[in-house]
Every structure is written in C-alpha cells, then in structure tokens.
Design a protein around this ligand. Structure first.
Ligand SMILES: [Zn+2]
Length: 377
C-alpha cells in the first residue's frame, strides 16, 4: 500500500535565498491574480501564456517555473470548487496572508546520471530546491535518512520565519491484523482525554488572551505603515504560531503513545461541527482539538496497521454503568463527576466510566465486523 507523509522543517535561508523565496512567493501570487483577473480558469491555457507574459514581466524568469505552474493549477482548483458549489468564487491573493509556494520534484537524466530537483540530505541538514540550491534546515533530529520518494515541497513564510513541508510517498507492506490491546477514549474539551486504562491527559496549552488583547490595542494605536505597527503585527503572529506549534507537539505525543500501546482505538463519533459553533475554544483557535485528534488517529492507525473504531455519537457512554449496564439518565447532567450505580452499587468516575463503555462498544463493533468478514465468502 502506498502512503503519503509530509515532513515539516524549519529553513534557514541566507540573504540571497531569502530574497529569492520572497520573490517566488510574490510571483506566484502575481500569476494567480493575473489569471483570475483575465478569467482564465483552465490551467493548460494559462500555462501556455506564461512564456509570453515573462517577456513583459521579466521577474517571472528569475523564479522557479514549476511554482508558477502550480499557482495556475491552484486557480483552476479554486474555479472547480466554485463550479461544484464547494466554495465561493476565487478571491485575489493578498500579500501577507498567502505566503507560500509549491514546487514538484522533477526527475531527469543528464549524461547517464539521475537527478532530482528536490533533494533532502539529513546528514548535512540541507534541502536542495529548484533555483535556491542548498538551504539549511532543522528538524527530525533522530532520523538518519529517508528511504522515501519525494513528490513535492511547499515553502512557507510565517512571522518572518521560513518552513518547508516535504511530501513523500512510501510503500508499506501490510501484515495481517492481530489485535492484542484495545483502548476506549473519552474526549473532552477541558480534560482533552481520558482513556479506559484510566490515563488522564489535560489540555495544558493556555492561550494568553490578555497578551493578545494588549498587543491588539497597541496595534490600533499605531499609524498604518509604521515600523512599530509592523513589529506588533509580528509579535501577534508569533503568539499564534507558538500556540499552534505547542498544540501540534502535544497532539503528536498523545497520538503516538496511543498508537504504540494499543491495536484498536475506540472513540466517540462526535458532532464536531456543532461543537465548533458552540465552544469558546473556537473563538481564539480555529482548529478543534478533538476533531484534530480524531483526524490524526485516523491516518496514524492506517499507517501503523492499527484500527480506529468510531462509536455512534448517540450511544449513551456516560450514562451506562460499565459494570452492570444499568442506564442512569440522571448522569446526563454534566456537573456530576462521580456517581454510584443504583443497581450494583459501583462508584464511577464520570469520564473513566464513559471511556470504558466506549472501549466495550468499540470491541462489540470490531467483533461484529470480524463475524461479517467470516460470513461473506
Ligand atoms: Zn451498575
């Protein structure tokens, strides 16, 4: 089975490289906006026009041509989404918001030697990119080499820092699935998660709203275009980025641990959309941590030959007694953290009990699918 993974590195370009990256980002934005203005929705007819356009706009000749072509494809995708009613009419790209470009790995042969336009060297900590040549990178300290095929790379600028995400393709052999350990997870926004093994993982990342408000009011006092305004803007961007990175790190640590220790992971199929509308977290951070955990678990279970089972969201995981299955409707009240089962007398911690029930229901679903597989010849 072929799987696609992306690896993100911080880049440390020198002055010239930095200039060229900025120029490429700008040129891609120019191409996108130019063809949007000319209402060119077909990528191939757009690409055909680039050489003629380059005679007039000579800066286009200096940058990676593959990145320019990708910009035209992006525009075509935006049009396609619009025609399929999946998105609004394509908008012009704005400087400062759309700060990235994509380039593909192009293989060629020269004098009998194979060459790739994108090369990753983890030993020397460099990435070779079209036009930029070798750029210093940092990240994945523990990886010695990549035994993968590079498909493409996205170069991104954020808060005056540079990053590259490398998309790779890998062939993996799938072994027969032999589950030994199962875990149920109760996901909560405040607690983050509780497992049926009674592990509690808290959402330790705090968003410093006070600082954000302070910076924002400082921003409104600055004159537009002033140096101070630029400095404060950068500080706000860094604040968001810091949170984003910390959350990503926590997310991957948790999911890696769950995948490593278990074969089947059962979660509640939550109504993420309505949660996003309701909760205060949506206010400052657009991504929902619960939806993110499920999304990451979904692809990591696929990569590692494990299974993710989603339990119906209407299954009353917190109301059922995990010992005798008595349903206690009184527990619907979210403020009840511990309760005693009126039937068997067992005292339950609300979240742990829910996690155990999700695990039991997940196991039931798994056994049912196995039975179905045996029954169908
Ligand atoms: Zn009971």
């Amino acid at each position: 089975m072929k799987i696609y993974k992306s690896y993100k590195f911080r880049m440390y370009p020198n002055k010239e490289q930095e200039e060229l990256i900025n120029k490429t980002i700008g040129s891609c934005r120019f191409i996108y906006n130019y063809f949007l203005d000319k209402k060119v929705s077909n990528a191939y007819s757009g690409i055909k026009l680039i050489p003629e356009l380059s005679k007039e706009k000579t800066f286009l000749k200096e940058v990676d041509s593959c990145a320019l072509r990708n910009s035209v494809f992006n525009l075509e995708d935006a049009y396609k989404r619009y025609y399929k009613n999946l998105g609004g009419f394509p908008k012009f790209k704005i400087r400062g918001i759309h700060n990235s470009y994509k380039t593909n790995n192009i293989k060629s042969t020269y004098k009998g030697k194979y060459n790739n336009s994108i090369k990753l060297n983890l030993k020397n900590k460099t990435i070779t990119l079209p036009k930029l040549k070798e750029v210093l990178i940092r990240g994945y300290r523990n990886k010695k080499n990549f035994n993968v095929v590079i498909k493409s790379a996205v170069i991104r600028k954020g808060a005056n820092k540079y990053y590259v995400s490398v998309l790779t393709e890998e062939d993996i052999i799938i072994q027969p699935f032999k589950p030994n350990r199962i875990v149920g997870i109760d996901l909560e926004i405040k607690e983050l998660l509780v497992t049926s093994h009674n592990e509690k993982i808290k959402n330790t990342i705090k968003f410093n709203e006070k600082r954000l408000k302070g910076l924002q009011s400082g921003l409104s006092r600055c004159k537009s275009g002033s140096k101070n305004r630029y400095k404060i803007k950068l500080k706000i961007q860094r604040l968001f980025m810091k949170i984003k990175n910390a959350r990503k790190f926590l997310l991957h640590t948790i999911t890696n641990k769950l995948i490593k220790e278990n074969d089947i992971i059962a979660v509640e199929n939550l109504d993420v959309k309505s949660m996003r509308q309701n909760h205060y977290i949506a206010k400052c951070l657009t991504e929902n941590p619960i939806a993110e955990i499920i999304r990451v678990l979904n692809y990591k279970t696929n990569w590692n030959n494990k299974k993710l089972i989603e339990v119906d969201r209407y299954y009353p995981s917190s109301q059922l007694c995990s010992v005798c299955s008595y349903q206690n409707k009184y527990v619907k009240n979210l403020s009840i953290r511990t309760w005693q089962c009126p039937q068997c007398g067992h005292i339950h911690d609300r979240d742990l009990n829910a996690a155990i029930n999700i695990m039991l229901e997940g196991l039931k679903i798994y056994i049912k699918t196995c039975e179905r597989e045996i029954m169908t010849p």
